[in-house]
Design a protein around this ligand. Structure first.
Ligand SMILES: NC(=O)c1ccc[n+]([C@@H]2O[C@H](COP(=O)([O-])OP(=O)(O)OC[C@H]3O[C@@H](n4cnc5c(N)ncnc54)[C@H](OP(=O)(O)O)[C@@H]3O)[C@@H](O)[C@H]2O)c1
Length: 838
């Protein structure tokens, strides 16, 4: 354990705390959503909501979300303080449990679901419940945000996560090992009360308080009288100390009011556990678990305003294991309300033993004596101050993390909560592990392997590239950026050629590498003459804990993602590119507002490492500033290169929908801190780019980028419509057919001369080349400036760029439809009745 310090303290390695680490996330840019609002509907809704939203009730949430582009936001805005015999908490949790169950039953993977909650007591139990729900239903991809402070803008992250949003940014919880608090001299003995004190851990706590001299008298509270061995223990304590037994249900306010109120110390141990999946929980099961902790804690806090209150809470609240949603909820509520310890499992006595719950692999149950020693350190030391200062409670648990974290019901494979617990050594190179004995024997082949994807995160071949890729999200999935292959290729070539200037040629991006499952990426370098070739391929790996399937996995077909050739770079190529870059920089290009909303509409969601600024472009040149890159052991930052290539969206007809397909030549100097980029579209329809350092020197030049369409944007995706004859009075007015292509179609309801009255313009194009698309985009943008414009992208003889032309037209503000001339003629009469979205 990284943070464990040298020392002889016997409690070393048992104490943890939750620290919050600032993180960068890719966010969705959504235009519409269904919002379930918990709280008063006010005109001042928090910033960051999609522009258009409807307020929906939990029971109609699914229908509403489907109608609103598939997004559902639960917005927790209420400050409602729970009261005595509280029902508000149980109602809130019950309604969220039925919402989550309905979503799990009916909306598998179909919706983007966000819970955005105010950081207050009202939502503290729901927070724990959501942690367990996220483990039970990873397919819901729950995104959970706690807004700390009124003015904090909400983020809508592209990937599942838990975040605390503050004015400084987004923070994610990380468990970290801390030194045991120092033992301090005891103060005077006092009157103590222990709930749940008539058996289990509570009774042991009472005994320990008396025996250790922390208490001089004791009240033991439980609903039922002590039985069997527990009754014996109570009797023996009563022989030596003043020990009073009280039967009281702490979730009943009237009963709690009967308890003596002159106690200096109150330890709340009462609690119940009843495991069950969210979908199967009954209201009775839920309230049995929730009441002693939620109502019980509230009642104790009200009844003992001057006492030192301390609670037994559980690491289940922090971790949220599958099957413990209500238990997690009950405990996160306790943590929010009073000082506590989040305990791992105990051995020898208590609920785990009574219910026959065995420790999971790697989980080390605490012996009672050791647990009490830990309790003493916290109770006498920092326990109360931590809570008063708003710090997270200490977590005390025994674990062999290597084994414990493999338990799939407790930890997701990429559990970022544990990211700081065991930070494994980074592979020496960002290429990963060098494969020994796998070469052809002539020394010309070298291979490296890297585990990528959730289970590879941090702890098995952890890699900077995996971390960086988390900010590169395409259509809701983390995708290894094409520029990641470029980074690896430069790294591999530089290492074998022992140069810092490398040239890659004929780089082909064949298939994207999705990181939603674990894959082993292999870089294969074949050296021949003064250069060689590189290929990147991957195979799937079995999920953690199923490594016996390794053999099967090794038989799985490998996917080839990228190939290229390499050689030492020629400095004169960069010098020549420098001229081109300078020419672009000296032009004053018109500024382009943020391009990321447009990227988002096409399905690309970029995190800060992949976001440039200061975009400017003319028809043939573009420039921008690159993100300040973080130190990483890579020859070139993939994020920086990616932003340079994003300039293509301002130059290429595919706009934001283009994905890099190939690069003819790329020259890069390792280790250059890139700060700006320029791009040009040449007369031949070629795309070239340069990325420059702060002094204007080219650090990377890219020539001949070709693009492919990522996927049809929503506006172009096939929709099935039923065409009905229109009544004459509802027919649209005349359209102006512009250009010979549109006029030759003989569309009904069109005029050919501009002087004639018309309500819209229709154009047609047969796009068979990039030039056709560029021309179409130019002409459509002129018409769009004057009137509503339709583009008919004809597809009779395999016009390969029909879709690109349609997309280009949509990007400049037109409507577009793709089809054969005869089909378009047949439907043209009805087109005007469709709205933008259709
Ligand atoms: N054991 C563990 O491994 C473990 C781990 C982490 C945290 N914890 C926490 O430690 C505390 C003690 O657990 P334990 O293992 O000692 O459990 P336990 O043996 O089941 O004892 C729970 C005690 O709570 C009492 N209780 C339950 N509901 C009550 C109510 N409404 N009013 C008053 N008393 C009530 C029970 O007595 P009656 O049923 O007679 O009322 C019993 O005395 C719990 O808060 C638990 O969440 C335990």
């Amino acid at each position: 354990v990284a943070a464990r310090s040298e020392g002889s303290d016997s409690l070393e390695g048992l104490f943890y705390e939750t620290a919050y680490e600032q993180v960068e996330v890719s966010c969705l840019h959504l235009r519409e959503a269904a919002v379930i609002l918990d709280g008063e509907s006010s005109s001042k809704m928090p910033g960051g909501l999609p522009e258009n939203f409807v307020l929906a009730s939990p029971s109609r949430a699914l229908e509403a979300a489907r109608a609103m582009g598939g997004t559902l936001i639960f917005l927790g805005e209420s400050d409602l303080e729970p009261g005595e015999d509280d029902t508000t908490q149980e109602e809130l949790l019950a309604s969220c449990m039925s919402l989550l169950s309905a979503l799990a039953r009916e909306a598998k993977g179909e919706l983007e679901i966000f819970f955005v909650l105010k950081a207050n007591l009202r939502y503290s139990a729901l927070w724990g419940l959501l942690r367990a729900a996220a483990h039970e239903h990873p397919e819901l991809r729950l995104r959970r945000m706690l807004r700390e402070g009124d003015g904090v803008t909400m983020l809508l992250p592209a990937l599942p996560c838990e975040l605390n949003l503050r004015s400084e940014g987004a923070f994610a919880p990380r468990l970290r090992a801390v030194a045991p608090p120092a033992a301090v001299p005891l103060g005077a003995a006092r009157n103590a009360l222990v709930t749940g004190g008539l058996r289990g851990l509570g009774l042991q706590v009472g005994k320990w308080l008396l025996e250790s001299g922390r208490a001089s008298s004791l009240v033991l509270v439980g609903r039922n009288s002590a039985k069997g061995e527990a009754a014996e223990v109570v009797r023996s304590l009563q022989e030596k100390w003043p020990v009073e037994v009280r039967n009281c249900d702490v979730s009943n306010w009237a009963e709690v009011q009967q308890l003596p109120d002159d106690c200096d110390l109150v330890i709340h141990c009462a609690g119940n556990i009843k495991d069950g999946l969210l979908m199967n929980l009954t209201p009775e099961d839920a309230s049995q678990v929730l009441r002693p902790k939620i109502r019980g804690s509230l009642h104790l806090k009200r009844h003992f305003p001057r006492s030192k209150l301390f609670a037994f809470s559980s690491s289940s609240g922090l971790i949220g294991p599958a099957g413990q949603s209500t238990y997690a909820a009950a405990n996160t509520f306790v943590d929010a309300l009073m000082p506590s310890i989040q305990w791992g499992g105990w051995g020898e006595v208590g609920m785990a033993l009574d219910l026959g719950i065995d420790p999971l692999p790697g989980e080390l149950f605490l012996p009672v004596a050791q647990g009490m020693e830990c309790l003493g350190r916290v109770l006498d030391g920092p326990g109360l101050e931590r809570h008063a200062q708003g710090q997270s409670p200490l977590c005390v648990l025994g674990a062999d993390w290597e084994a414990y974290r493999q338990n799939a019901t407790v930890f997701a494979p990429d559990e970022q909560l544990l990211a700081g617990i065991e930070v494994p050594a980074q592979p020496a190179s960002s290429l990963g592990e060098r494969c020994e004995g796998d070469s052809r024997g002539d020394g010309h082949v070298q291979r490296w392997t890297l585990i990528l994807g959730a289970a590879g995160a941090r702890w098995r071949g952890a890699s900077t590239l995996w971390e960086v890729s988390q900010q590169h999200v395409v259509l809701g999935t983390t995708v290894f950026p094409a520029t990641g292959f470029v980074s690896l290729a430069l790294e591999a070539a530089a290492s074998v050629l022992d140069v810092s200037l490398v040239q890659l040629s004929d780089v082909s991006f064949l298939r994207p590498l999705e990181l939603s499952t674990t894959r082993r990426l292999t870089t294969t370098l074949v050296r021949s003459g003064a250069g060689g070739t590189l290929r990147f391929s991957s195979v799937p790996l079995p999920p953690a804990g199923q490594e016996e399937d390794q053999e099967e996995a090794s038989k799985a077909a490998s996917t080839l993602h990228c190939t290229c050739s390499f050689a030492a770079g020629n400095a004169s190529v960069l010098a020549q590119q420098e001229l081109e870059a300078k020419a672009t920089q000296s032009q004053s290009l018109p500024a382009v507002p943020s391009i990321y909303a447009r990227f988002a509409a096409a399905g690309y969601f970029y995190g800060p490492a992949f976001q440039g600024s200061g975009f400017a472009a003319s028809a043939s040149s573009a420039s921008c500033k690159l993100p300040a890159s973080k130190p990483a052991n890579l020859a070139v930052q993939p994020g920086n290169l990616d932003v340079a290539l994003q300039l293509a969206s301002l130059l290429h007809p595919l706009g934001c929908r283009g994905a890099p397909q190939a690069i003819r030549r790329l020259v890069a100097r390792s280790g250059t801190q890139l700060s700006t980029a320029t791009g040009q579209l040449t007369a031949m329809g070629q795309l070239n780019f340069q990325a420059l350092d702060a002094s204007g020197k080219v650090g990377c030049s890219i020539e001949g980028l070709s693009m492919a369409a990522l996927d049809a944007p929503a506006t172009l995706q096939t929709r099935r419509c039923v065409w009905k004859p229109l009544a004459t009075e509802t027919r649209r007015g005349a359209w102006l057919a512009v250009g010979t292509e549109a006029q030759s179609l003989g569309l009904p309801g069109t005029v050919d001369r501009e002087e004639e009255s018309h309500e819209a313009v229709v154009m047609a194009v047969r796009a068979s080349s990039l030039e056709d698309v560029l021309r179409c985009r130019r002409e459509v943008s002129i018409q769009v400036a004057k009137k509503r414009c339709w583009l008919l992208a004809l597809q009779d003889q395999g016009e390969t760029f029909a879709e690109a032309a349609a997309a280009a037209a949509i990007e400049v503000g037109a409507h577009a439809i793709i089809g054969s001339a005869s089909a378009l003629s047949a439907v043209a009469e009805g087109l005007g009745h469709f709205t933008n979205d259709q």
